[in-house]
Design a protein around this ligand. Structure first.
Ligand code: COA
Length: 259
């Protein structure tokens, strides 16, 4: 249990709020566990017809907690890695997912949006996937979904350069449904969710099941998790995590990895 993930159920809508604003909503193992529990609970609750994902503070999420990445790189073992469960739940739920995104959505904060069915961005939203800058690889089936959505060229650019994709460009690329003023973000998400919740639910989940190839997504997530785990223990990644901790730029020039 963590107080950094809040849930509220009302009128067929489960609202899940990421609430760790002092750390820019960076996600910890405990938070992944609570997110997975919320999605799994909604998937088996006939009263929940839509999930809204939102967060508190000026920024949607800074992605995975880099301190926890560093701990994994240093060999500390967790009893259960909830991120794996979260990614599988996110990719397999047939409950429609609505996301409300303000400010930066970084790493898994951005890639989780590829699993959301209706994405509303605030005007200041930016999608950022800096996996290569952290000497990691894309996850959450984004190595499959992002090229499918926006083409290989633009997906490669987002992953390799890690440059922010502003809200308007994300909308134009088909990564979002709407861009709204920040002040209207939550009310727009609520309005969309309630509208979706009022539709015939059997048809809605049947549609989602035929639109998303969950088996393929699960396979891609497994492949990515294997490569990701190896990258986490690399000298390059250790340098990236140390640089973040020490608030400096990483220096990869002296690290030579075998091809
Ligand atoms: N993991 C752990 N802590 C994080 C974090 C992350 N991913 N992102 C931010 N934080 C922490 C900072 O360490 C800082 O903690 P402190 O107050 O104890 O020093 C706090 O959140 C505020 O962050 P700060 O960097 O001071 O805020 P900012 O507004 O200048 O920048 C970000 C915000 C999100 C742009 C910047 O923190 C950042 O780039 N974070 C890393 C994002 C990232 O690479 N995520 C991994 C993707 S795979």
């Amino acid at each position: 249990m963590t107080s950094e993930i809040k849930t509220e159920r009302h009128a067929g809508v489960l609202t899940v709020t990421i609430s760790r604003p002092d750390k820019k909503n960076a996600l910890t193992n405990a938070m992944y566990g609570a997110l997975a529990d919320a999605i799994d609970g909604a998937s088996s609750d006939p009263e929940v017809h839509v999930i809204v994902l939102q967060s508190e503070g000026d920024l949607f999420s800074a992605g995975n907690d880099i301190g926890e990445f560093a701990a994994r790189a240093a060999g500390s073992a967790l009893q259960e890695r909830h991120v794996d469960r979260f990614l599988r739940s996110l990719a397999s739920t047939s409950v429609p997912l609505v996301a409300a995104v303000q400010g930066k959505a970084i790493g898994v904060g951005a890639t989780m949006l590829l699993h959301c069915d209706y994405v509303i961005l605030a005007e200041d939203a930016q999608l950022i996937t800096p996996f290569i800058d952290l000497a990691l690889v894309p996850e959450a089936a984004s190595s499959l979904l992002l090229p499918l959505r926006i083409g290989h060229a633009r997906a490669f650019e987002m992953f390799a350069f890690g440059a922010p994709l502003p809200a308007a460009a994300a909308l134009a690329s088909g990564l979002a449904n709407r861009v709204v003023p920040n002040a209207e973000l939550r009310s727009e998400a609520r309005r969309a969710a309630e509208q979706l919740a009022s539709k015939p639910y059997g048809a809605m989940i049947a549609m989602k099941r035929i639109m998303r190839d969950t088996e393929k997504l699960a396979l891609q997530i497994d492949v990515e998790l294997g490569v990701f785990a190896k990258r986490l223990e690399s000298d390059e990644a250790r340098e990236a995590f140390a640089a973040f901790r020490e608030k400096r730029r990483p220096d990869f020039t002296r690290i030579r990895e075998r091809k």
